[in-house]
Ligand binder design. Structure first.
Ligand SMILES: Nc1ncnc2c1ncn2[C@@H]1O[C@H](COP(=O)(O)OP(=O)(O)O)[C@@H](O)[C@H]1O
Ligand SMILES: [Mg+2]
Length: 268
Protein backbone atom coordinates (compact mmCIF):
# COMPACT_ATOMS: atom_id res chain seq x y z
CA UNK A 1 0.00 0.00 0.00
CA UNK A 2 1.24 3.44 -0.89
CA UNK A 3 2.01 5.64 2.08
CA UNK A 4 -0.37 8.49 2.66
CA UNK A 5 0.52 11.83 4.23
CA UNK A 6 -2.18 12.82 6.72
CA UNK A 7 -0.43 16.10 7.49
CA UNK A 8 1.73 18.19 5.20
CA UNK A 9 3.50 21.37 6.11
CA UNK A 10 4.61 23.19 3.00
CA UNK A 11 7.07 26.07 3.26
CA UNK A 12 5.66 27.21 6.61
CA UNK A 13 7.09 30.43 7.95
CA UNK A 14 6.52 32.04 11.32
CA UNK A 15 8.16 35.03 12.98
CA UNK A 16 7.80 36.67 16.36
CA UNK A 17 8.91 40.28 16.06
CA UNK A 18 12.31 40.17 14.39
CA UNK A 19 12.85 36.49 15.28
CA UNK A 20 12.09 34.17 12.41
CA UNK A 21 11.40 30.82 14.10
CA UNK A 22 10.19 28.73 11.16
CA UNK A 23 11.91 29.59 7.89
CA UNK A 24 10.12 27.40 5.40
CA UNK A 25 9.31 24.11 7.13
CA UNK A 26 8.43 21.13 4.94
CA UNK A 27 7.19 18.07 6.75
CA UNK A 28 4.96 15.12 5.89
CA UNK A 29 3.37 12.96 8.55
CA UNK A 30 2.64 9.49 7.23
CA UNK A 31 -0.55 7.65 8.19
CA UNK A 32 -0.24 4.90 10.78
CA UNK A 33 3.45 5.59 11.38
CA UNK A 34 5.52 7.23 14.09
CA UNK A 35 7.33 10.41 13.14
CA UNK A 36 9.88 11.74 15.62
CA UNK A 37 10.86 15.40 15.57
CA UNK A 38 14.26 16.13 17.08
CA UNK A 39 16.35 19.28 17.49
CA UNK A 40 17.80 21.58 20.12
CA UNK A 41 15.81 23.54 22.63
CA UNK A 42 14.17 26.64 21.17
CA UNK A 43 14.44 25.48 17.56
CA UNK A 44 10.67 25.52 17.11
CA UNK A 45 9.60 21.89 17.60
CA UNK A 46 6.59 22.82 19.73
CA UNK A 47 5.76 25.53 17.20
CA UNK A 48 5.44 22.84 14.54
CA UNK A 49 2.98 20.88 16.68
CA UNK A 50 0.96 24.00 17.48
CA UNK A 51 0.74 24.83 13.78
CA UNK A 52 -0.59 21.36 12.99
CA UNK A 53 -3.11 21.59 15.83
CA UNK A 54 -4.24 24.92 14.41
CA UNK A 55 -3.39 26.74 17.63
CA UNK A 56 -1.09 29.02 15.63
CA UNK A 57 -1.49 30.21 12.07
CA UNK A 58 1.54 30.50 9.79
CA UNK A 59 2.68 33.84 8.37
CA UNK A 60 2.92 32.04 5.03
CA UNK A 61 2.87 28.53 3.66
CA UNK A 62 0.31 25.75 4.14
CA UNK A 63 -0.61 23.28 6.83
CA UNK A 64 -2.66 20.56 5.18
CA UNK A 65 -4.52 18.10 7.38
CA UNK A 66 -6.42 15.30 5.66
CA UNK A 67 -6.28 17.27 2.45
CA UNK A 68 -7.59 20.54 3.93
CA UNK A 69 -5.40 23.61 4.27
CA UNK A 70 -6.09 24.67 7.85
CA UNK A 71 -4.03 27.86 7.74
CA UNK A 72 -7.07 29.99 6.95
CA UNK A 73 -10.25 28.07 7.68
CA UNK A 74 -13.05 28.97 10.06
CA UNK A 75 -13.02 28.12 13.76
CA UNK A 76 -15.92 25.76 13.24
CA UNK A 77 -14.15 23.76 10.54
CA UNK A 78 -10.99 23.73 12.60
CA UNK A 79 -12.88 22.33 15.54
CA UNK A 80 -14.14 19.51 13.40
CA UNK A 81 -10.67 18.65 12.11
CA UNK A 82 -9.34 18.70 15.65
CA UNK A 83 -11.57 15.79 16.61
CA UNK A 84 -8.95 13.69 14.82
CA UNK A 85 -6.26 14.77 17.26
CA UNK A 86 -5.07 13.58 20.64
CA UNK A 87 -2.39 15.48 22.52
CA UNK A 88 -0.04 14.66 25.36
CA UNK A 89 2.05 17.62 26.43
CA UNK A 90 5.15 17.67 28.59
CA UNK A 91 3.51 17.92 32.00
CA UNK A 92 0.59 15.58 31.16
CA UNK A 93 -1.66 18.51 32.23
CA UNK A 94 -4.01 16.53 34.45
CA UNK A 95 -6.45 18.46 36.60
CA UNK A 96 -5.26 18.13 40.18
CA UNK A 97 -8.70 18.56 41.69
CA UNK A 98 -10.19 15.72 39.64
CA UNK A 99 -9.77 12.00 40.15
CA UNK A 100 -8.01 9.86 37.56
CA UNK A 101 -11.37 8.59 36.37
CA UNK A 102 -12.79 12.09 35.92
CA UNK A 103 -9.63 13.29 34.19
CA UNK A 104 -9.81 10.51 31.61
CA UNK A 105 -13.60 10.80 31.27
CA UNK A 106 -13.47 14.55 30.66
CA UNK A 107 -13.13 14.51 26.85
CA UNK A 108 -16.00 12.02 26.62
CA UNK A 109 -18.23 14.15 28.82
CA UNK A 110 -17.35 17.34 26.96
CA UNK A 111 -17.38 16.09 23.41
CA UNK A 112 -19.84 13.20 23.27
CA UNK A 113 -23.32 12.37 24.46
CA UNK A 114 -22.36 9.01 25.90
CA UNK A 115 -24.10 7.64 28.96
CA UNK A 116 -22.14 7.33 32.21
CA UNK A 117 -22.34 3.59 31.73
CA UNK A 118 -20.58 3.77 28.34
CA UNK A 119 -18.08 6.29 29.68
CA UNK A 120 -17.19 3.98 32.52
CA UNK A 121 -16.55 1.13 30.12
CA UNK A 122 -14.26 3.15 27.84
CA UNK A 123 -12.31 4.80 30.65
CA UNK A 124 -11.74 1.43 32.32
CA UNK A 125 -10.53 -0.06 29.04
CA UNK A 126 -8.01 2.71 28.50
CA UNK A 127 -6.73 2.54 32.08
CA UNK A 128 -6.18 -1.21 31.70
CA UNK A 129 -4.41 -0.64 28.42
CA UNK A 130 -2.05 1.83 30.11
CA UNK A 131 -1.49 -0.53 33.01
CA UNK A 132 -2.91 1.88 35.61
CA UNK A 133 -6.13 0.09 36.44
CA UNK A 134 -7.22 0.50 40.05
CA UNK A 135 -6.26 4.18 40.16
CA UNK A 136 -9.77 5.45 39.31
CA UNK A 137 -10.42 7.19 42.60
CA UNK A 138 -6.89 8.55 43.10
CA UNK A 139 -5.87 12.15 42.52
CA UNK A 140 -2.93 13.04 40.25
CA UNK A 141 -0.81 14.12 43.24
CA UNK A 142 -1.08 10.60 44.63
CA UNK A 143 0.51 9.07 41.52
CA UNK A 144 4.14 8.67 40.50
CA UNK A 145 5.44 10.67 37.54
CA UNK A 146 5.30 7.63 35.27
CA UNK A 147 1.73 6.85 36.26
CA UNK A 148 0.66 10.44 35.62
CA UNK A 149 2.06 10.18 32.08
CA UNK A 150 0.13 6.94 31.55
CA UNK A 151 -3.08 8.54 32.74
CA UNK A 152 -2.33 11.49 30.42
CA UNK A 153 -1.92 9.04 27.57
CA UNK A 154 -5.17 7.28 28.49
CA UNK A 155 -6.92 10.65 28.28
CA UNK A 156 -5.25 11.47 24.95
CA UNK A 157 -6.55 8.16 23.57
CA UNK A 158 -10.03 8.21 24.99
CA UNK A 159 -11.73 9.68 21.92
CA UNK A 160 -9.86 7.26 19.64
CA UNK A 161 -7.99 9.99 17.79
CA UNK A 162 -6.41 9.27 14.44
CA UNK A 163 -3.28 11.30 15.14
CA UNK A 164 -1.58 11.66 18.51
CA UNK A 165 0.99 14.30 19.37
CA UNK A 166 3.48 13.79 22.16
CA UNK A 167 5.55 16.84 23.01
CA UNK A 168 8.54 15.68 25.08
CA UNK A 169 6.44 13.06 26.84
CA UNK A 170 9.18 11.73 29.13
CA UNK A 171 10.40 15.01 30.58
CA UNK A 172 11.09 14.60 34.29
CA UNK A 173 11.24 10.79 34.19
CA UNK A 174 14.35 8.71 34.82
CA UNK A 175 15.74 6.41 32.14
CA UNK A 176 13.86 3.35 33.31
CA UNK A 177 10.52 5.15 33.48
CA UNK A 178 11.12 6.79 30.09
CA UNK A 179 11.77 3.38 28.58
CA UNK A 180 8.55 2.08 30.07
CA UNK A 181 6.60 4.95 28.57
CA UNK A 182 8.11 4.30 25.16
CA UNK A 183 7.22 0.63 25.48
CA UNK A 184 3.63 1.60 26.22
CA UNK A 185 3.61 3.92 23.18
CA UNK A 186 4.97 1.23 20.98
CA UNK A 187 2.43 -1.32 22.17
CA UNK A 188 -0.62 0.95 21.97
CA UNK A 189 0.43 2.23 18.57
CA UNK A 190 0.62 -1.33 17.27
CA UNK A 191 -2.72 -2.23 18.88
CA UNK A 192 -4.60 0.87 17.82
CA UNK A 193 -2.76 1.83 14.62
CA UNK A 194 -2.87 5.58 15.16
CA UNK A 195 -0.48 8.04 13.57
CA UNK A 196 2.05 9.36 16.11
CA UNK A 197 4.10 12.55 16.14
CA UNK A 198 6.64 12.62 18.94
CA UNK A 199 8.93 15.48 19.91
CA UNK A 200 11.75 14.00 21.92
CA UNK A 201 15.27 14.43 23.22
CA UNK A 202 15.66 10.74 23.93
CA UNK A 203 17.97 9.96 21.06
CA UNK A 204 18.99 7.22 20.24
CA UNK A 205 16.32 5.32 22.21
CA UNK A 206 13.50 6.98 20.36
CA UNK A 207 14.91 5.79 17.03
CA UNK A 208 13.76 2.27 17.86
CA UNK A 209 10.21 3.57 17.82
CA UNK A 210 10.51 5.93 14.87
CA UNK A 211 9.43 5.13 11.36
CA UNK A 212 10.53 8.60 10.29
CA UNK A 213 12.84 11.23 11.76
CA UNK A 214 12.85 14.97 11.19
CA UNK A 215 15.64 17.22 12.50
CA UNK A 216 14.60 20.83 12.94
CA UNK A 217 17.59 23.13 12.75
CA UNK A 218 17.92 26.74 11.72
CA UNK A 219 14.19 27.04 11.08
CA UNK A 220 13.88 24.19 8.61
CA UNK A 221 13.55 20.41 8.60
CA UNK A 222 16.90 19.21 7.39
CA UNK A 223 16.95 17.29 4.13
CA UNK A 224 19.00 14.19 3.38
CA UNK A 225 21.44 15.46 0.75
CA UNK A 226 24.86 17.12 1.22
CA UNK A 227 23.66 20.59 0.30
CA UNK A 228 19.87 20.15 0.61
CA UNK A 229 19.42 21.70 4.02
CA UNK A 230 15.72 22.14 3.46
CA UNK A 231 13.76 18.91 3.24
CA UNK A 232 11.40 18.48 0.32
CA UNK A 233 7.79 18.44 1.41
CA UNK A 234 7.20 14.82 0.45
CA UNK A 235 10.44 13.34 1.61
CA UNK A 236 10.41 11.92 5.14
CA UNK A 237 13.54 10.07 6.24
CA UNK A 238 13.72 6.71 7.97
CA UNK A 239 16.10 6.42 10.97
CA UNK A 240 18.49 4.43 8.75
CA UNK A 241 18.51 7.09 6.05
CA UNK A 242 18.91 9.73 8.73
CA UNK A 243 21.96 8.04 10.19
CA UNK A 244 23.56 7.62 6.77
CA UNK A 245 22.66 11.12 5.55
CA UNK A 246 25.27 13.28 3.80
CA UNK A 247 23.80 16.47 5.22
CA UNK A 248 26.61 17.85 7.44
CA UNK A 249 24.11 19.15 10.00
CA UNK A 250 22.46 15.74 10.35
CA UNK A 251 25.90 14.07 10.46
CA UNK A 252 26.94 16.30 13.30
CA UNK A 253 23.68 15.66 15.16
CA UNK A 254 24.05 11.89 14.75
CA UNK A 255 27.66 11.97 15.96
CA UNK A 256 26.98 14.09 19.02
CA UNK A 257 23.77 12.39 20.11
CA UNK A 258 24.39 8.81 19.08
CA UNK A 259 28.17 8.59 19.09
CA UNK A 260 30.58 6.65 16.90
CA UNK A 261 29.78 3.43 18.79
CA UNK A 262 26.27 3.34 17.45
CA UNK A 263 27.47 3.96 13.92
CA UNK A 264 29.96 1.13 14.09
CA UNK A 265 27.24 -1.15 15.42
CA UNK A 266 25.18 -0.28 12.36
CA UNK A 267 28.00 -1.27 10.02
CA UNK A 268 28.47 -4.76 11.46
N1 LIG B 1 4.25 33.49 21.57
C1 LIG B 1 5.55 33.66 21.32
N2 LIG B 1 6.09 34.88 21.28
C2 LIG B 1 7.40 35.07 21.00
N3 LIG B 1 8.27 34.07 20.75
C3 LIG B 1 7.80 32.82 20.78
C4 LIG B 1 6.42 32.54 21.06
N4 LIG B 1 6.24 31.21 21.00
C5 LIG B 1 7.46 30.68 20.71
N5 LIG B 1 8.39 31.64 20.58
C6 LIG B 1 9.81 31.43 20.25
O1 LIG B 1 9.90 30.44 19.26
C7 LIG B 1 11.09 29.68 19.44
C8 LIG B 1 10.78 28.22 19.33
O2 LIG B 1 9.98 27.82 20.42
P1 LIG B 1 9.55 26.30 20.64
O3 LIG B 1 8.77 25.81 19.51
O4 LIG B 1 8.90 26.27 21.97
O5 LIG B 1 10.96 25.52 20.69
P2 LIG B 1 11.26 24.01 21.08
O6 LIG B 1 9.96 23.31 21.29
O7 LIG B 1 12.03 23.46 19.90
O8 LIG B 1 12.11 24.04 22.30
C9 LIG B 1 11.67 30.08 20.78
O9 LIG B 1 12.81 30.87 20.55
C10 LIG B 1 10.58 30.88 21.42
O10 LIG B 1 11.11 31.90 22.19
MG1 LIG C 1 9.10 22.46 22.98
Amino acid sequence: MKEKAVVQMVDVRKSYGSQEVLKGVNLSIIEGKTTVIVGGSGQGKSQIIKHILGLIRPDSGSVIVYGRDISNISKKELKKIRTNFGVLFQNAALFDSMTVFDNVALPLRERTKMSEHEIKKIVSEKLVMMDVEGTNEKYPAQLSGGMRKRVGLARALVLDPKIIFFDEPTTGLDVKKSNEIYRVFSKTQKDLGYTAVIVSHDVPKIFNLADYVALLYNGVVQGRGPSGENQLSDSPMTPEEFQLSDNPIIKEFVETTMGPLYLSEMEV
